[in-house]
Design a protein around this ligand. Structure first.
Ligand code: TMP
Length: 218
């Protein structure tokens, strides 16, 4: 079985960039890497992602999604991704890197939207068939800094001043961050908290050290 490594953190934390950098680092060491993101990574997942993350020009065009429906949509994407991509890749011996996984659901839908934590955990387990990451890189950042970065990135890409991050109150993102901290405190052996305030390269080096250490143990 290959190693299963997930990346977690609030928007603007730099997790996607760091995951890409780790994928390159591992490929240079001739490690077979499969990199995926949630929600997404399958035809179903990408379509549902478009529904979950759309922000139409006119609010009247938005599809209403309740907290519970949102939970099941993320879990539907996950069930498909695990079955079609992640489990087969691990079975082949590939190292799988996944941008967000079950911890995001616990942090966003559980801590952020106040759904029952026990129920979210149970549905997570059902969707993954019990598959858990060998290691999780949790990139920690103050939501205000995350918001600043995410907004700057959006205005470069689209010229827009607002993105979906801003559509949620800062208190929501504070709850999500606290949720991630609680998960890390509960599972310190799996979840590696990495300070996201540093330079991209120094954050990358910290992550490589963690993964190198993990690979020497397995
Ligand atoms: P990202 O592309 O920045 O990672 O955005 C994905 C969004 O989806 C982000 O706002 C977090 C959210 N999300 C959840 O709320 N629950 C989940 O289970 C997952 C995977 C993502």
């Amino acid at each position: 079985m290959g190693l299963f490594i997930t990346f977690e953190g609030i928007e603007g934390s730099g997790k996607s960039t760091q995951m890409e950098m780790l994928a390159e680092y591992l490929k240079e060491k001739s490690v077979a890497v499969v990199a995926v993101r949630e929600p997404g990574g399958t035809a179903l997942g990408e379509r549902v992602r478009a529904i979950l993350l759309e922000r139409p020009e006119e609010p009247t065009e938005a599809v209403a999604i309740s907290a519970l429906s949102e939970l099941f949509l993320y879990e539907a994407c996950r069930a498909q991704l695990v079955e079609d991509v992640i489990a087969p890749a691990l079975k082949r011996g590939a190292t799988v890197l996944c941008d967000r996984f079950t911890d995001s659901t616990l942090a966003y839908q559980g801590y952020g939207r106040s759904l029952d934590l026990g129920a979210v955990t149970a549905i997570n387990t059902r969707a993954t068939g019990g598959l858990a990451p060998d290691a999780t890189i949790l990139i920690d950042l103050d939501p205000r800094e995350g918001l600043r970065r995410a907004t700057a990135r959006m205005s470069v890409v689209t010229g827009a001043k607002e993105d979906r991050f801003e559509a949620e109150a800062i208190e929501f993102h504070n709850r999500v961050r606290e949720g991630f901290h609680s998960i890390a405190a509960f599972e310190p052996a799996r979840v590696h908290l990495v300070d996201g305030t540093g330079e991209i390269d120094s954050v990358h080096r910290s992550i490589c050290d963690i993964i190198d250490h993990l690979m020497t143990k397995t």
